[in-house]
Design a protein around this ligand. Structure first.
Ligand code: ADP
Ligand code: ZN
Length: 721
């Protein structure tokens, strides 16, 4: 009797057994369809001994319905999924769901209908039809996409179809991507770059687990070097995965990639259209997608023949996912490389302390690029003490920074002002009664966005137009904006330098690959004099005419007492400073601060990275913080405040007494209300040797909570709110 155990995507049910009908072949990793009650579900065949389930007698098993036309998930990937579930205390089914990230792809080969102009003309021409025909010259897409391109309704285009002006074309949904060519435009590398590249190429050829930390200053050619590793992987006909932290960065990378290899790579991110998603997924699973560049979700895809993983800007916080499966893509990338016996390159100008420590202890091989490429020098960095050099009343930019910007404008060079705050002002209050606008769903202030005329919560997305009168006291025109966001800084620049062309760059204004491309093009062509941006502008961009960077408020990130506050501040400021003087002209960086003597600010000004890392390492060692100790968080939440509190008390009341493990709380989380849920938190601090995950699992397993209570576990947390 042939039975199969299935991992199914319903954590509450657990694994289920089925009978494999005569003539059907399955193996571990096969993706299959099975009956569940009256429904059909998708499952993955798993080794029964690795997935405990209830032993149903043979006679009672229902038969599998079909095997889906996709390659079985490889054993290495299955082991990675198990490891991820185990390490992050997440259900295996939730982790596995990230592999099957395209429903369409599972259905097998398919065609779809696209439309293009036939050359014919409609019987009756209207201005709308005229405009559509002009806009659609050379385009081929679905009706809906064409409507978007032409800016007309789908109805208008259907009319044109009926008249034969648009003709249908059958397209293969899985048509192959054009091939990247390793020899397309081979760069001439510097001596230092050649040495680094050689290590990569040897490792790709060897195809063994080899983790590298590529530690090179901004503009040293890290990208240039790892692209040569990609070239070797291409030559060997293996796939490469490049993880980038932000979709906004992808655009610059795509162009660079195309310059080097003659064609863009395959892109993967959460806002792909479903047709693009299925095409990419199937090419990845078939092994024909040569290089995939993507956000963290690309990590779990079922590559047929992976040869190399690159994590660029590997220190970035956005590799940590804080919802669903709370995993760190940087760390899981290293594990994937281990399971699949591959080299993995973590590239950064400001590596995470954890990564440096791994290099220190000999686990990672650290490769260093000390100088910028082509003789460009790192910018001169100076602090500007806001308690001494005060901005004018109601302004945020100190006179010396303003002068430096005016000089740049006069010389036709660009300035970049960095402030990690979206919108116009972080807080709005009533001048008359002091009322503060707060989110109804979160314990957070509403942020004013003037460009889009709304008050918005950055946590839950709640929005409301600014009211004409105070909702509390009814006074008209009494709202005051407190503190600056990037929009307010942009307004200030417009007042001080009316001739300057200013661009605000945040996730609000640059929210798609197209907008990112547009921004890069405007900046490169010299159509922007001053860029005002959030952390979105700190990385990746290379604008040779950008010679001044102003950090509007370096103290901002140090507030709040986050474990990584100093490290993050160091990284952000060093990265944004790295945007200055990347071309022939030298760069200058001015850091506005109220605490020029704070160790992290002083280290930045002195350009003394080692001093900062040494001090930070000691502080972490002393605090038992990562990489020397481990943290984990348990968050209990409910829409009912009492229920959340009771759940937290239950957990707190049964806390285990384990050597080398300290448990703090429960206490209300700093964000005690988030998206309508009340939150309590326990923090666990442990020695590295302690098995924190086992401790937490054993602790929580016997506890039962009411329906509305959610308990989530965050291993190695990045967010402490
Ligand atoms: P990083 O990734 O370290 O910030 P990049 O790879 O982006 O550095 O390099 C910085 C700039 O120098 C880029 O414009 C890149 O094209 C250029 N560059 C670096 N190395 C070379 C090289 N060997 N030949 C030509 N240009 C190079
Ligand atoms: Zn909110």
């Amino acid at each position: 009797m042939n039975r199969a155990r299935l991992l199914i995507f319903n954590a509450a049910l657990g694994p289920l057994d089925y009978r494999v009908p005569e003539g059907v072949a399955v193996e571990p990793g096969s993706v299959v369809v099975a009956p569940l009650g009256p429904r059909q579900i998708v499952g993955i065949v798993w080794e029964a001994e690795r997935l405990p389930g209830s032993e149903v007698p043979d006679a009672k098993l229902r038969p599998l319905l079909s095997v889906l036309p996709v390659p079985p998930l490889k054993a290495e990937l299955r082991r990675l999924l198990e490891w991820t579930a185990d390490y992050y205390c997440a259900p295996l089914s939730s982790v596995a769901r990230m592999v099957l990230a395209s429903g369409g792809a599972l259905r097998g080969p398919a065609t779809m209908t696209e439309y293009r102009l036939s050359g014919g003309m409609p019987e009756r021409m209207t201005p709308q039809r005229q405009a559509a025909i002009e806009a659609l010259e050379g385009e081929q897409a679905t009706i809906r996409e064409l409507a978007g391109i032409a800016g007309v309704s789908e109805g208008v285009l259907r009319g044109l179809c009926n008249q034969g002006v648009l003709e249908p074309v059958q397209v293969d949904c899985d048509r192959p991507y054009s091939r990247a060519r390793a020899e397309h435009a081979v760069p001439v590398l510097s001596e230092a770059q050649t040495a680094v590249t050689k290590r990569f190429i040897d490792a790709v050829r060897a195809r063994a687990f080899a983790p590298f930390l590529l530690d090179g200053v901004t503009g040293s050619g890290k990208t240039e070097c790892y692209l040569e590793a990609v070239a070797t992987s291409l030559e060997l006909d293996r796939q490469t995965l490049v993880l980038l932290p932000e979709i906004a960065l992808t655009e610059a990378f795509l162009r660079r990639f195309e310059d080097r290899f003659g064609t863009p790579p395959v892109v993967w991110h959460s806002s792909l259209k479903s047709t693009e998603r299925r095409r990419a997924w199937r090419a990845i699973a078939a092994g024909t997608a040569q290089v995939v560049v993507g956000a963290r979700s690309a990590l779990f895809l079922p590559y047929a023949n992976l040869g190399l993983i690159v994590v660029d800007e590997a220190h970035e916080v956005s590799f940590k996912q804080d919802e669903g499966v709370r995993y760190n893509a940087r760390d899981v990338a290293v594990m994937r490389a281990r399971f699949e016996s591959l080299p993995v390159i973590l590239a950064s100008a400001t590596p995470a302390l954890e990564s440096l420590q791994m290099a220190e202890s000999g686990v990672y091989e650290r490769l260093v690029l000390e100088d910028r490429y082509g003789g460009a020098r790192l910018p001169a960095i100076d602090t500007l003490d806001l308690t001494v050099e005060k901005p004018e009343r109601g302004r945020w930019l100190a006179p010396r920074l303003v002068e430096a910007m005016e000089e740049r404008l006069a010389r036709g060079e660009q300035s970049l002002l960095f402030l990690n705050r979206r919108g116009y002002a972080p807080l709005t209050l009533c001048r008359n009664c002091g009322f503060r606008f707060q989110c109804p769903n979160c314990s957070a202030w509403l942020v004013e966005h003037r460009l889009s005329r709304r008050l918005a919560c950055h946590h839950c997305g709640h929005e409301t137009p600014p009211p004409p009168a105070c909702p509390e006291c009814g006074e008209l025109d009494c709202l005051v904006a407190c503190g600056p966001g990037v929009e307010r800084i942009a307004d200030e620049v417009a007042v001080i330098m009316p001739d300057a062309r200013v661009a605000v760059v945040t996730s609000d204004t640059v929210n798609s690959p197209e907008r990112a491309a547009e921004f890069v093009e405007r900046a490169e062509s010299g159509a922007i004099d001053v860029i005002v941006g959030t952390q979105l502008v700190t990385k990746g961009f290379h604008f040779p005419e950008l010679t001044l960077v102003g950090v509007v408020d370096a103290d901002l990130g140090l507030e709040g007492g986050d474990l990584r506050a100093a490290e993050r501040t160091y990284q952000q400021v060093a990265q944004v400073a790295g945007r200055a003087g990347r071309g022939a002209k030298p760069g200058e960086v001015l850091i506005q601060t109220r605490h020029p003597d704070a160790p992290v600010i002083a280290a930045l000004a002195a350009g003394d990275r080692d001093a900062f890392y040494d001090a930070e390492t000691e502080a972490r060692r002393h605090a038992g913080a990562p990489p020397f100790g481990r943290w984990a968080a348990i968050i209990v939440s409910s829409e009912d405040e009492a229920e959340a509190k009771e759940g937290a008390r239950l957990i707190g009341g049964t806390q285990p007494n384990v050597p080398d493990v300290a448990i703090l709380g429960p206490a209300p989380a700093p964000l005690s209300l988030l998206r309508g849920r009340y939150r309590y938190r326990l923090l666990i601090n442990a020695r590295r040797s302690a098995q924190v995950q086992d401790v937490i699992r054993d602790w929580l397993a016997p506890l039962r909570f009411p329906q509305g209570v959610r308990v989530s576990i965050d291993i190695d947390p990045y967010s402490f709110v």
